[in-house]
Structures are given as C-alpha cells and as structure tokens.
Design a protein around this ligand. Sequence first.
Ligand SMILES: [Zn+2]
Length: 269
Amino acid sequence: MRKWECVLSPDESDPVGVERGQGQGPFVIVCEHASSTLPQSMGDMGLSEEARLSHIAWDPGALAVARLLSARFDSPLVFQKFSRLVYDCNRPPESPASMPMKSEIYAVPANEVVDGAERLARTQALYRPFHAAVSTLIDERTCHGLATSVITVHSFTPVYFGKSRAVEVGILHDADARFADGILAAAAAERRHDVRRNEPYGPADGVTHSLILHGISRGIPNVMIEVRNDLIADQAGQEVMAGYLSELIAEAIGQQDKNKKTFVNVRSH
Ligand SMILES: [Zn+2]
C-alpha cells in the first residue's frame, strides 16, 4: 500500500512555482501544464518513456512562452511543477479529467483505479496549493491597488488522433469574452498566424476551469492562450511566439496608443 498522504516526498514539498511575484504589471500569468515531472511516489505511472514525455503529460513549450510574457509585462507567473497526469490543475476535483484514465491515444494505467483516498491526496498535494497560490497573488495585488487580468498559457499537439491541426493559436474564453475579443481583433488586423476563437478546444471541453475560478468569479478580464506546440519547440520559436503574443496582448489592453479606447472598455466592465 502506498501512503497517499505522501504524494510528494519532503524534497518535492512545494509543487507551485512562482516567478516575478512582485511584478507590477497588469497580469497574473498561469501555466497549469508546465511540467512532465512525475512525483517519485508515482513511479512511471505504467507509461512508456515516450508517453511520459509526450503532450499528454504536459504542454511542451508553454512554460517558456509564459516566462517570456511574464518578463515582457513585468507580471507574476504561477506554474505547476508536476505532470497533469497526476492531477490536471485546469480541472476541478469532481471532473474525471482531473486524473485521466485515457489521454488521446494513451491509456494511463496508474489512473485506471483511483480510490477516494488517493483522489483526495492528489487533490491536496497538487491542486489545492496551486490555486491557493494564484488566488492569494490576485487578492494581494487587489489589496495593493493593482488591477489584474488573468492569462493562462497552454500548448496543443499538432496531430491529434492522427489528424493534423491547421489552427496555430487558440484564443479561448468562457462567459467573459472581453480580453479574448481584444486579442482576436488584434490578430485579425495583421493575419500573421492562423488564430481562432475557442479552438482547438473550448468551454464545452471543460478547459476553462482556471478562467472561471480566478477570472470570472472576480469579474476580472481573463483569457486562455493555446499555441500549437511545433511552433514553440525551441527557444527561437518560443521567442518569436512570445513576441507575437505580446503584441496582441498589448494591443488588446490598449497599451499601444491606437487602442486606448479598448483599454478603457476592458477596465470599466
Ligand atoms: Zn494545457
């Protein structure tokens, strides 16, 4: 019997990475799928090395892009240090997808039978501290008079169930489309990439949990950015994409002069 109160060993005790926590910029940037690392207690979860390093375990390139955005906008970044196969921090505890039995073409043997005690232990080890960190950061900023918009950064696989995806960047939102609308308008104005609304996933796929939890519940602007991972596979690609996204984001929040009006609109809702 494994002791599920010990999902993380003492040297793995903090699953939450926070960078630029004191950043004075307008965003809190969130990266739930930053890492493919498995806690020692999980072994290999019954997966091949190929599966453990594939997109089912993490979002390749997403953390690097999130870090570049954090630096560009002097804004805090919160990321999860462990794989979503143990707990997917963009899903609530009651969702079966929080500990997926199957992900795309891969069965996840260690998730086939997860009893209540184990579910609770994984939830408390990875999910609770992650979202507590994001909430605390936003609340502290509010207390200090800093307005916050939430950006979550993800990547998706270029081939899914054998089908190629043409979309390059997805701008996702739930009930609050303000921020997404601004980014999509900026993208439409210059057409450098194939940028689409709520693709390749959308709210119906359950991917807007963090947006609801931290953005919609507070009434603050929020958006989820999904980048096709072949475009951010290396540092050069990550820098180009982060630069592109920075332009769209800046345009959306009106940091660029011509869109000052959008900024006022976003903040006054
Ligand atoms: Zn993701």
